[in-house]
Design a protein around this ligand. Structure first.
Ligand code: UD1
Length: 509
């Protein structure tokens, strides 16, 4: 194995492993950048109107590159800037270096680009309404991401500049869509813009069947007819018309797709039992900046008054909300490895339930506006967790919590209520000495104190990160293969853990 340059950004980690030599107590301050689960939706939302969009606090993760590739296949120009190239001002100058090559558009040729396929709204949108003041680029607002990043340039995420043309091709090809689940959210905005869309059924994390029936049923209420042929959803609407949609479950992706279709529909749409996640709120804020009329963001009922006049809808600047799941990853890490850390760039309100539970377990937790500090000096007590839609403990945290509970004192459990098959990492933690039993959708964990090193495999983003942080607290050298899964959602996990004193590197397997 050859060790990569310690400063190399973790972007393309195919064929790489994380190598973790533990145990190390963690100490220091680190910043998290914007949330993967928000930035991908903001990128999709740009399809709603022609013009230039500037998005800051963007995490350096491979899923952003994939969404950029998808937007290019649809006809947009996308430049992705790493934090080094940024400072918002530099990133937004046309001379700044483009990190993702604009010619990497994938095999859009599989689809005809005949005039018929190309969608032209016949109007230019409100590009001129676009303002680029510093405040717009990264303003605090309700999302709490804001000037957390001014404290240290190192903490800042990267930036995106997206140019959406007057004509887009509303086709999302399989070779790109297959590679990440969030790609399905281009469906709503493409329908709103073009009245038609062809989208391959999405791929994504390796934790079971992930249907899109709620997306399609909700769109049908807005007047969309769709059929699935050969793994592609073909959707069309003569006219999008507002209606009341009651979701069976507060699905994040369905809420977002419906929101993005409804903002340009005729009349009023009400989404009942909508998802309340901070990333959905971030999308609402972005859409409102673009001209949308949305009430109830962050509540279970979203009321959207459609804006049909294309002149009243245009591009915007936005600073992505801080990644609460990444922040929680570092809190779990200090719970496992002990020490004292401060995580900046996250709104503590977005992790209130988790922080309360961690405090009950014995972690000293304190918060201010945009940071969370955590200190652990002795073994934590076990606890019972249950994953739920926001504001509950996120399902994405489950593998991280199972890894944490494997080291705590007593018997703990995590009950999964969203993705029944999300258990693939359990055998890997067992290989590290964890005592874990699966009982239906419950995971019961007998805390064993320190884990031991092993060669294990990342099965998805969070499961992989859980194994890396388990390795930080374990005795010996843990090798986590398939590092590319982790790079889909973590911006420089190895570098950030190293900045806290852990011995983590990347190697070619
Ligand atoms: C998003 C997040 C993911 C997170 C999840 C739940 C992104 C890119 N991903 O995924 O990290 O774990 O929210 O917080 O933002 N369901 C259906 N039919 C549908 C849609 C969903 O049955 O049409 C079910 C799913 O199988 C799952 C539950 O609803 O059991 C929640 O899924 P959903 O909230 O839609 O998750 P995603 O948006 O895919």
């Amino acid at each position: 194995m050859s060790v990569l340059d310690a400063d190399a950004p973790e972007l393309d980690l195919a064929g790489h492993s994380f190598v973790v030599r533990g145990p190390s107590a963690l100490k220091g301050t680190l910043g998290v950048s914007g949330a993967k689960n928000s930035v991908l939706k903001l990128m999709a939302a740009t399809l709603l109107a022609e013009g230039t969009y500037r998005i800051s606090n963007v995490p350096r993760i491979t899923d952003v590159g994939l969404m950029a590739e998808l937007l290019r296949a649809i006809g947009c120009e996308v430049a992705v800037y790493s934090p080094g190239a940024t400072g918002a001002a530099d990133a937004f100058s046309s001379s700044a270096e483009t990190v993702c090559s604009p010619d990497a558009t994938g095999a859009a040729d599989a689809f005809s680009s005949s005039a018929e396929d190309v969608c032209s709204p016949g109007a230019t949108g409100a590009a001129d309404a676009f303002s680029s003041s510093a405040e717009d680029v990264c303003s605090p607002g309700a999302t709490g991401a804001a000037d957390a990043f001014s404290s240290s340039a190192e903490d800042a995420g990267g930036s995106l500049v997206i140019d959406v043309p007057a004509q887009i091709e509303p086709v999302a090809p399989r070779n790109i869509v297959d590679r990440f689940r969030a790609s399905i959210v281009v469906l709503g905005p493409m329908l709103a813009r073009c009245g038609k869309a062809v989208v391959a059924l999405p791929g994504g994390d390796d934790f079971g069947h992930r249907p899109i029936d709620m997306h399609l049923q909700g769109l049908a209420r807005l007047g969309v007819e769709s059929e699935t042929v050969d793994g592609y959803v073909h959707a069309r609407a003569q006219e999008l018309r507002g209606d009341t949609i009651r979701l069976d479950f507060p699905s994040v992706g369905a809420t977002e797709n419906l929101l993005m279709a409804a903002v340009r529909a005729a009349g009023t749409t009400v989404i009942d039992n909508a998802a309340r996640e901070p990333e959905v709120v971030d999308l609402c804020e972005f859409l409102v900046k673009m001209g949308a009329r949305i009430q109830g963001a962050g509540s279970s009922t979203l009321t959207i008054e459609g804006v049909e006049d294309v002149e009243r809808f245009g591009p915007a600047d936005h600073c992505v909300v801080g990644d609460r799941i990444v922040a929680a990853t570092y809190l779990a890490a200090v719970g496992i490895a002990s020490g004292e850390i401060t995580v900046t760039g996250v709104n503590p309100d977005h992790l209130a339930v988790l922080c309360g539970k961690l405090a009950d377990m014995g972690m000293e937790v304190s918060v201010d506006d945009r940071s969370i500090s955590a200190a652990v000096s002795s073994r934590l007590s076990s606890a019972k967790f249950s994953t739920l839609p926001y504001p509950g403990v996120a399902t994405d945290l489950k593998p991280l919590l199972v890894a944490l509970l494997a080291t705590t004192d007593g018997v703990g459990s995590v009950t999964e209520n969203l993705f029944a098959e999300r258990f693939r990492y359990v055998d890997d933690l067992r290989a590290m000495g964890a005592d874990i039993r699966i009982d239906s959708h419950h995971v019961v964990i007998e805390g064993t104190g320190r884990l031991s090193a092993a060669r294990v495999k990342a099965h998805d983003i969070r499961a992989g990160a859980a194994l890396v942080i388990a390795g930080v607290g374990a005795q010996g050298e843990t090798v986590v293969s398939d590092a590319h899964h982790i790079a889909r959602g973590y911006d420089d996990l190895a570098g950030k853990l190293r900045s806290l004193g852990a011995d983590v590197s990347l190697s070619r397997s």
